[in-house]
Design a protein around this ligand. Structure first.
Ligand code: AMP
Length: 586
């Protein structure tokens, strides 16, 4: 396919904010994709060159893109920076400057999607000496053959920010509409911006949606799901868990207290310590063990101690859900999450880190065990399998402390015991709940004493002044809406430390955010939404200043949430709910 055809789709998607219209545009496009082009087009249309579960990144800095634009268009560097300041978008900068270039590209061949895709993928594998020059050459070659609008989207794909505002939910719906739209008689009314289908098909429509979402949660791979959907719903149903590829984890709702928790999960319920560590999904296939974070990042290399513990304590193939917690070797007390969070990102001196920050693994669920997929098994059965098969050793590898009870008093006692042991609270789980990947279904709830904190994504930052001159020191934070767009809710600069040894510091934040800078205007930088921070605040207020319509009173950093991805951040619906609840209390 010509790249210009895909660009037309991007442009259409960018021109509307209506989610249903976006779904229609995407689904019309998906319908037209041929079998031999689906692999790369399904990714490109989402602005990706690797599947969701793939950790590879293109690693191209803005500076390099500026250089490439300079080489291709002959524009002065100052001119490029000025355009960037004006547009606030490096993609649009490329579009404008490529449009102005004098030399004619009339004779160059039209770019194809495959060509763009292959070239962009090549950017990733390049490392070592000369790799920057080679990357520059490849990008420049692409831009030379590109028309202005094509240049815009090539650049935006390189920085993994298409800016056309749709989330995974829209892609899922588009798959359903594209491949089952006819069967389900789905009709989209553009004027009314509404969809309709015969009432008799409602159940079927919901079933198909659930099946497609289930397949996405299980495989975490839109390409595979779209390919299966193209073949029919039976093929979608047949997609299954693959040992070694991470699947989305089940999420938990919040309860207001023990009584409320029992109301959601029923009686009797399993109460468990809620450890303040970070979640890992462990896959074991023979002697191959992999460790993923809840964002499904592969952190096997960073955690050789977890791998060793699994080797020693489990002999069957399995997929386990567990919380890894740090502890003080001398006092044997659990440590808060921050103390071990640096292990997640650390790429060197791993063994030193293992000794300095030892961890205990607390297994609390199983998704697969000994050849059997456990997704449909009741929680109590899954737990029994773990109890029967796992060897346990305190401070190394154990099962989450659990109490099954119907008594509020007993649950309260257990809650106190958990808090006294340095945990965050307790989880309470429905004994008959199945494992629902990616959903906050209420088969389990958390009970914590503190006011609900918010997990917000950093979308912008401001360079400091004076002694903070070289650091980013104030951060624009955002929640998300249903379409996966980020809505600003305020700025935070409190709670960060001056010195790296004291905790999450401005220096650390600057290191994390600098490579994510998309554009800069004066001392304000826009950053790619990637870093999630947990925020405490005094009150949520209505505010016209920010795009969410809300602002936070006295926001303060609680901690960096390396374990959470932007898609996990607090939603505008939750903010609305917290806002109302807080008003109810006043
Ligand atoms: P939250 O991050 O506040 O939404 O709370 C849910 C998280 O608590 C899970 O994702 C786990 O990382 C963590 N957790 C700690 N202990 C348990 C447990 N026993 N069962 C389930 N999740 C747990």
């Amino acid at each position: 396919m010509h790249y210009s055809k895909l660009v037309e789709v991007y442009e259409k998607l960018e021109s509307t904010t209506k989610r249903l219209e976006k779904t229609k545009i995407l689904s019309d496009f998906l319908k037209k994709i041929s079998d031999d082009e689906i692999d790369h087009l399904m990714l490109l249309v989402q602005g990706r060159v690797f599947p969701n579960w793939d950790q590879r990144e293109l690693g191209v800095a803005i500076k390099l893109l500026i250089k490439a634009i300079k080489i291709t268009t002959g524009a002065e560097e100052k001119k490029i920076y000025d355009t960037l300041k004006k547009t606030g978008d490096i993609g649009e900068t490329a579009e404008q400057l490529v449009g102005k270039k004098t030399q004619s590209t009339l004779f160059s061949k039209e770019l194809t999607t495959k060509q763009v895709f292959n070239t962009l993928q090549k950017l990733e594998v390049m490392e070592g000496e000369g790799s920057v020059d080679r990357k520059l050459q490849l990008i420049s070659e692409l831009l030379t053959s590109a028309k202005p609008k094509e240049a815009k989207y090539i650049i935006r794909t390189i920085i993994s920010d298409l800016r056309i505002g749709f989330g995974e939910g829209t892609v899922r719906d588009a798959i359903v509409w594209a491949f089952f739209g006819e069967e389900l008689e789905i009709k989209y009314d553009e004027k009314e911006n509404k969809i309709s289908f015969p009432e008799k098909d409602r159940e079927k429509y919901e079933e198909y949606n659930t099946k497609v979402q289930g397949a996405i949660d299980l495989t975490n791979d839109f390409v595979e799901v779209a390919k299966a959907a193209k073949k029919g719903i039976t093929t979608v149903k047949e997609l299954s868990l693959v040992l070694g590829s991470p699947i989305k984890v089940m999420l938990y709702q919040k309860a207001e207290g023990i009584k409320d928790a029992f109301e959601t999960v029923g009686k009797p319920a399993a109460c468990e310590f809620k450890f303040d560590g970070f979640r890992v999904q462990i896959h074991k296939k023979g002697n191959k063990i992999k460790v993923f974070t809840r964002r499904l990042e592969d952190v096997t290399k960073q955690f050789p101690d977890v791998v060793e513990a699994v080797e020693k304590h489990v002999s069957n193939d399995c997929v386990l859900d567990a919380e890894v917690i740090g502890y003080d070797v001398k006092t044997k007390k659990y440590l808060p999450f921050q103390s071990i969070s640096q292990r997640i990102r650390r790429k060197y001196d791993i063994h030193e880190m293992v000794e300095k920050f030892p961890v205990e693994i607390n297994v609390f669920d199983a998704i697969y065990f000994d050849g059997k997929n456990l997704l449909k098994e009741h929680f109590i059965e899954r737990r029994k399998i773990l109890e029967k098969n796992l060897k346990q050793k305190p401070f190394v590898f154990k099962l989450a402390n659990q109490l099954i009870t119907s008594e509020e008093k007993e649950a309260e006692e257990f809650y106190k015991k958990s808090l006294n042991a340095g945990n965050e609270g307790i989880m309470m789980k429905n004994l008959e709940g199945i494992y629902k990947p990616g959903s906050r279904v209420g088969y389990g709830v958390k009970v914590k004493p503190v006011m609900e904190t918010l997990d917000l994504v950093i979308v912008g930052a401001e360079w400091g002044s004076g002694k903070r001159g070289k650091w980013l020191s104030s951060f624009t934070i955002a929640c998300q809406n249903d379409a996966g767009e980020y809505l600003e809710i305020g700025r935070v600069g409190t709670g960060f430390k001056e010195k790296i040894e004291e905790g999450t510091s401005f220096e650390e934040m600057t290191e994390l955010l600098k490579p994510l800078i998309i554009s800069e205007k004066e001392n304000e930088a826009m950053v790619k939404p990637k870093i999630v921070i947990e925020i405490k605040y005094e009150e949520i207020q209505k505010s016209p200043t920010y795009s969410s319509g809300y602002a936070l009173r006295f926001p303060r950093l609680l901690r960096l949430r390396e374990d959470k991805s932007p898609e996990d951040c607090t939603t505008i619906k939750q903010i609305e709910k917290f806002y109302k609840e807080q008003r109810g209390r006043n």
